[in-house]
Structure formats: structure tokens, C-alpha cells
Design a protein around this ligand. Structure first.
Ligand code: HEM
Length: 256
């Protein structure tokens, strides 16, 4: 059987804990300090535990950070887009005041225009701008391209969100109405077309929560404040796994 470092560490630590019951305290303390005998195995075992736990904690922190940073990146672009589209900002304010006069999470579903504005932001500025996939076995893409299992196919969500062949001639425009049907309800777009959250079995598990968070923050800020981007502030995207704004978004906020 292959050597399992963690299993070895558990054996070392549990042997040592057992012998501590029968050895005088001063002796095992001295041995631990010098690092000899079973106490040496305990020291090594604890170091392995620490390394392993550090790896798990770091990975978990990164995972949480990624989920938090995606939403904050989306909100930054959202307020920037609204500052360039004041009529959309006004429409959201009217909708919030009319359909949710006081904050109530149950009313968030009624904010259809705001929902459309959030979707437009995620379409134009997807916080995860690209992804890659590899086929499980050699395959042929719908385009006719042959792909092998060791291939990495990079998909640009940023490019997909701006393709005229997919979104129409006004693909570059910020138009929350795009997401609203003639009857005033939300228009459903297939997740393979609106790919900001990925699609299929590995799609984002936080999609619903993201809309809840973004709509809550947006509704309460827009209801209470007017936001204007500071004159001359440069908004450049950082080409990275996360679509951040290079220098953040500098704004002036006025209480309404
Ligand atoms: C604007 C906000 C967000 C965007 C654009 C987004 C986007 C994505 C994307 C593109 C993936 C697929 C990654 C891949 O294929 O490697 C993903 C996965 C995931 N997301 Fe999100 N995400 C957002 C917010 C959140 C939040 C708030 C949470 C949790 C609270 C979350 C939890 C997850 C989890 C757990 C996965 C892994 C799903 C799996 O692999 O089965 N996300 N997200």
C-alpha cells in the first residue's frame, strides 16, 4: 500500500498520547523539547496536521473570497453602468419605491427592471470572464472542430456576452429591457447563452444568492442615495480570472 503521510501522523500521535499516560511528566516534556523517541514522532505528526489544516483553511478562504469578490466586482460594474445610464437609475428608483416601499426580501422578486439591470451587468462584465473545459473523450464540436481529451477549450464569457449573433445588433448597449417580456415578466435566457454562472452540472451554486445580495444592496443604495462617478476617474478592467476594476470605482454619494 502507498505510504499515507496523514495516516502515519495519526499513528505517531496516538501512540505517543497512549505512552504519556505511563511516563512521568518531566520525562515526556524533556523528550518532546529535545525531540527524541516517540515524542519526536508526536512533534512530526503535529507538524503534518498543521500543514494539512493550513492547506484546507487556505483553500476554503480562497473559495469564500472568490464568491465574495465575484459579487463585489459585479456591483462595482453595476454602479458604473448606472452612472452612465441615469435614466435606468431613475427607473430602478421608481420601481423600488413603488413595489418595495420598505425593505422586505419577499418583494425582491417584484423588482423586474432591477433584475434586468443586474443581468445586463453580468452579461457585459461577467465577474468570471473566461473558463476552460476539456472533453472527457475525443469529440467533434458543433462547429466541426475535432477535439482531443487533452485539449483545453477556453471559453470567453466576456466575448459571448457581446456577440451580435447571440444578443442582437445592440449587444454592446446596456438595456435592462432586454430581460423583460411584453407582459412585463422576466424573460428567461438559457444558461448556455447567459453563461456568467456557467451551465450544466458544475454551474454556480450561489446564483440565487447573488441576485438576492445584489438586488438588496442595489435597492437600498439607489433608494437612499444618488451616485456620481468622480470626474476623470479611469475605469480599466484587470485582465485576470476575476474581472475587477483596476483602481476601484471612485464616486460621490449624495443623500436623497
Ligand atoms: C456575481 C456573482 C457570481 C458569479 C458570476 C459566479 C460565477 C461562477 C462560475 C462561472 C462558476 C463555475 C466555475 C468553474 O466552472 O470552474 C461558479 C461556481 C461556483 N460558485 Fe459562483 N459565482 C458568483 C457568486 C457565488 C456566490 C455568492 C456563491 C456562494 C455563496 C458561489 C458559489 C459557487 C460554488 C460553490 C461553485 C462551485 C460549483 C461546483 O463546482 O459544483 N458563487 N460560480
Amino acid at each position: 500500500m502507498p505510504k499515507v503521510e496523514f495516516g502515519d501522523a495519526v499513528d505517531g500521535v496516538s501512540d505517543r498520547v497512549f505512552y504519556r499516560h505511563v511516563k512521568p511528566v518531566f520525562l515526556w516534556r524533556l523528550q518532546y523539547w529535545i525531540g527524541v523517541g516517540l515524542e519526536k514522532r508526536l512533534k512530526r505528526g503535529l507538524a503534518v496536521f498543521d500543514q494539512l489544516l493550513e492547506k484546507i483553511i487556505t483553500a476554503k478562504r480562497e473559495e469564500i473570497k472568490m464568491a465574495r469578490d465575484t459579487t463585489s466586482s459585479a456591483l462595482t460594474w453595476f454602479f458604473w453602468l448606472l452612472s452612465k445610464n441615469p435614466e435606468a437609475m431613475n427607473k430602478i428608483r421608481q420601481e423600488v419605491n413603488k413595489k418595495m416601499p420598505r425593505f422586505d426580501p419577499a418583494d425582491l422578486d417584484k423588482l423586474v427592471y432591477l433584475h434586468g439591470a443586474v443581468c445586463e451587468t453580468l452579461r457585459l462584465y461577467p465577474p468570471v470572464p473566461f473558463n476552460h473545459k476539456s472533453p472527457a473523450k475525443p469529440d467533434v464540436l458543433p462547429s466541426g472542430h475535432k477535439v482531443d481529451e487533452n485539449w483545453k477549450i477556453v471559453i470567453s464569457m466576456y466575448a459571448l456576452g457581446r456577440m451580435k449573433s447571440v444578443w442582437g445588433d445592440d449587444a454592446e448597449d446596456f438595456r435592462p429591457e432586454r430581460w423583460i417580456s411584453y407582459s412585463g415578466r422576466l424573460k428567461h435566457e438559457p444558461s448556455y447563452k447567459f453563461l456568467a454562472f456557467n451551465a450544466g452540472p458544475r454551474a454556480c451554486l450561489g446564483k440565487k444568492l447573488t441576485f438576492l445580495q445584489m438586488k438588496t444592496v442595489a435597492a437600498e443604495i439607489i433608494r437612499n442615495y444618488d451616485i456620481k462617478v468622480v470626474e476623470g476617474h479611469k475605469t480599466e478592467p484587470v485582465p485576470s480570472v476575476l474581472f475587477r476594476m483596476q483602481h476601484g470605482l471612485k464616486v460621490n454619494i449624495t443623500k436623497i
